[in-house]
Ligand binder design. Sequence first.
Ligand SMILES: [Zn+2]
Length: 610
Amino acid sequence: MMLSSIVWTALAALAAISITIRVLRGLRIGQQTPGAALCVACALLILSAFLARYHAVQKEDAERRFHAGLEARRQRELARADPTKQGTPSPPAVTTPAGILPRPLEPGTHRETPSHRAGPVRIVDYALDLSLFPDRHSLSARAEFTVVARMPIDRIELALSPEFRVHALHVNGAPVTFLHTNDLVSFPYRLREGKAATLAVRYSRRVSVPLLRAGDLIDPRGIYLRPESRWYPSVGELDFHAPLRLSARVPRGMTVVSSGQLVRKSVEASTVTFHWESIVPVRMICLAAGRYAHSRNADGPVAIETFLHPNHASRARAYQETVQRIVRFYASRFGAYPYPKLTIAEIPVFPGGYGSTALLLLTEKSFAEKEIPTHFLAHEIAHQWWGNHVAPQGLGAGWLSEAFAEYSAVLYQEHAGGPKALQEALAGLEARYQTRLREGTEEAIAETDPYDQSGAYEGTVYYKGAYVLHSLRCLIGEEQFRRLLRLFAERYGAGTARIADFEALAGEVHGKPLTWFFDQWLRRPGAPRLRVSVAKDGPRARLTVAQEGAPYRGEMQLLVTDGAGKTRHTLHLDGSLTRLTIPVRGTITRVELDPDRAWLFHTPQRVHSL
Ligand SMILES: [Zn+2]
């Protein structure tokens, strides 16, 4: 910005002097009164300098307002989804990130595009060498990676935020001319199917404010970078799966944490470089840097390393033990933990947490509270299986990542706290779904776009989505449900999966297709809206349950209270009106729908007093 205003001033000044001389010559004043000419030129010079400064201040103001708005939004999210309280939902900090291309905003208009599926090229290895400058909120980097064409191509497209300027791009050692428009760097390049090319991109951050557009941070308080910020050139985020070598240089005193193993550390005069490596392919490149106290715990199914701010170092042990318990539980349900270790890094500012491959980023607020936010931690850890090991693709991909992580956390809550904890968790999911519906028009889960998480996305994908898994569990039974999740991780682990894959596997495990179930819960918006009426007929009563909107199918339990007490009945919902005749004693005073909470309801009313 500084450079542009200097250039602007110089150009304006030159233009002003040139115009003045021409005007004065034209008026034949120049030769007679050179002093006057100089005065006019000076006045114009001052005016142009003033205009240049005004232009720069306006631009700075606009940037400041943009970042203040971003910060305000983050604070609102922080207040809304405080992760330090037990049972609070994870905020919409997700594994499936924002998109390469602008998306339509109207609900229900999402269409699957190339960015939702495997792209024309895949990255097979990735090396990133970067220098981080927290004081200047900047970074400069060189990325080198190999792409292999999945089909014949004549153009390569990479995602990189416009916050970064590409200085040079080479393919197989030769420079290429490229276009960097919005989030897309593209250049013509022919590659036959199955053929590889090595790309080298040298780039740096061009803006100098602490927050990146997606809310990440480069600041002396700490650094964290997630794929949402598009801070490294890559193919679409739903398609990234490559071994990683990352070297990051920071001022001495800071430590860099990333996926995989720290293989080397080299100390220079005023900087230190951390070399991280993951032979196991990672789904994304994430890093955190700060002034950390490091500790390690290998007393469980996985080695856990924590990098916490020194004032929270005493919390490390308790966190490590909780993480071991959660990992042990998930391993017993979904199969072995898929990576050699799990690293936890504390970060400032961010509203919540983030589960990238073998690396959890947790906000400092989590560590400041006395109680460990177990549900929140369980959600982020579950992403190691759902989102990283099994990578979702296609429209509705968020369900396979966020809903699975959220329901996994509910399963852990049930494991730790018993049936009462499960009921509380289900009531919480339903309440959050109903509340978040006010934030926008609900879409069918299978049509939600992971690249556009606005409106009712969180309520629909996270909370309704998790409840759908619970309903499925109630429908197919405990044994089949456990087998289904384990098989899903086994069959699609280290690969990608779509909703259709899970649906087919569910049908396979159940022994008959469950299309009707996925149709009603994933392929249309909403949840049941029921009304109950009772007609007494001598010693019997006829209950009528009316469904508003498209009716849902399935068995629902009823708890009916009459003069003799409470009795359970099963209702077979299969149309707009379902009738059930039951024997009664005295008068029916109360009908409770679905007392075990197998179903998600659209409205809070489950109990009907008569
Ligand atoms: Zn999540």
